[in-house]
Write a protein that binds this ligand. Structure first.
Ligand SMILES: [Zn+2]
Length: 410
């Protein structure tokens, strides 16, 4: 992470920061709501509301006929860029200060064959194009959030030995972008930022302790504790794709055998679908193969929906393998909610049901007593939105909001 600092030591959460966070998380709000929710004196809240407004961070929401003022984030007071780099896509989005996407540029790519310099040049080009076509000066950019599909050293803003990104190990991504745009830059794992998007805009709205599971080409977990991402000592928390899932005869691309990802990841399912098409075990997939289509998870979902038993069997087995691993996390972490997202979450209800059954079967009764398991309701912009929220969380943290304002004159 690269944040310009004024050299002051990080202090206790400031009143301004607390007030701003409540408005950001729960607004629009009346000042009286803020007094109640912060426990601060009415006069203190009033002083800081005026200062937050003077700093351009909050504004009054016009209410027809209403005399009392409601306060919300001044969403147009600045903007942030969210960058979502996936194994087959690059999406760059221009977002307001509430994390809503104003405009975006997306392109297909094959990350296995992209150099970091090449991707960086495309990100810079897209960010400049978005600023220019929306008539916004790059100087007004408050920050850039960037997510990628691999382990990230969050403090240093660089990927570390990402298995599907050859040539990217320790590439200084945050400092390269910071040199280009001079604003704060934050790099994180895609699963973590998707969890942030779920927290603020998705299925986990208002939840403070939950688990986000990304089931796609890769499999990972985002742990949200007290409303914040838990990254662990080195940023590797939640990297569950390479936990052993039991069957040691399956070779994983990481070099180990029996990894969850090798059993239940998108690539594994595409392989199973191809085999079922070629062997004729699935009549649906064999017919698609005859039409020239390759086996994909999407075809498995279509086959299952059309009642093809082999497609259904593959999907249920994948759900079971994932559910068995999630059950271990439930016993360990005891979340109140699990949100399942990523491309495989679209495999259908039987997939979700299989995940649920395995979790309930393998977890302790106390851990599952009030456990809710939901599918993500967010679409393909999740990575961009989450990356924007990552920036907003950092630049509008308690201490940073305090620093954005001058000390009170009185
Ligand atoms: Zn592995």
């Amino acid at each position: 992470m690269l944040v310009p600092t004024d050299g002051s030591a990080p202090g206790l959460p400031t009143a301004a920061g607390s007030i701003f966070k409540i408005i950001r998380d729960q607004g629009p709000l009346f000042p009286a709501d803020i007094v109640r929710r912060t426990g601060l004196a009415k006069s203190t809240v009033s002083v800081y509301i005026d200062r937050l407004a003077a700093a351009g961070l909050i504004r009054e929401e016009p209410r027809p006929g209403g005399k009392r003022r409601m306060l919300k984030v001044a969403e147009s007071a600045g903007y942030v860029m969210g960058v979502d780099l996936g194994q087959t896509h690059l999406n760059v989005g221009l977002c307001d200060l509430e994390g809503d996407v104003l405009d975006s540029i997306g392109a297909d790519l094959d990350l296995l064959h992209e150099t970091p310099e090449g991707v960086l040049a495309r990100v810079v080009g897209a960010a400049r194009a978005l600023s220019s076509r929306n008539a916004l000066a790059l100087a007004a950019l408050s920050g850039i959030g960037f997510c990628l599909p691999g382990p990230v050293d969050y403090a240093r803003g660089l990927p570390v030995s990402p298995p599907v990104m050859p040539g990217w190990d320790r590439f200084p991504l945050a400092s390269a972008l910071h040199r280009e745009f001079t604003c704060p830059v934050f790099i994180d794992n895609d699963v973590n930022v998707m969890a942030l998007a779920e927290r603020d805009k998705g299925a986990a709205s208002q939840e403070q302790d939950f688990l986000f599971i990304k089931a796609g080409t890769g499999i990972g977990a985002g742990l949200v504790v007290d409303g914040r991402i838990y990254r662990g000592a080195k940023g590797a928390a939640g990297d569950i794709g390479h936990i052993s899932a039991g069957l040691d005869d399956v070779l994983c691309h990481c070099g180990n055998r029996g990894c969850l990802e090798a059993l239940a990841g998108g690539r594994a399912l595409a392989l199973r679908a191809g085999e079922a098409a070629r062997s004729g075990a699935s009549r649906f997939l064999a017919a698609r193969l005859a039409e020239g289509l390759a086996g994909t998870p999407e075809l498995l979902a279509l086959g299952a929906a059309a009642g093809d038993e082999e497609c259904l069997r593959i999907i249920i087995a994948a759900g079971k393998a994932l559910g068995d691993t999630i059950a271990k996390l439930v016993n360990f972490f005891n979340p109140s909610l699990i949100v399942v997202g990523g491309g495989l979450a679209n495999l259908g209800e039987r997939y979700l049901a299989s995940i649920r059954e395995s979790i309930y079967r393998r977890s302790t009764p106390l851990a599952t007593a009030d456990l809710v398991i939901k599918r993500s309701a967010l679409g393909p912009a999740t990575g961009v939105i989450g990356s924007a929220i990552l920036v907003l969380d950092e630049i509008f943290s308690h201490t940073n909001v305090g620093r954005l304002m001058r000390p009170p004159s009185a």
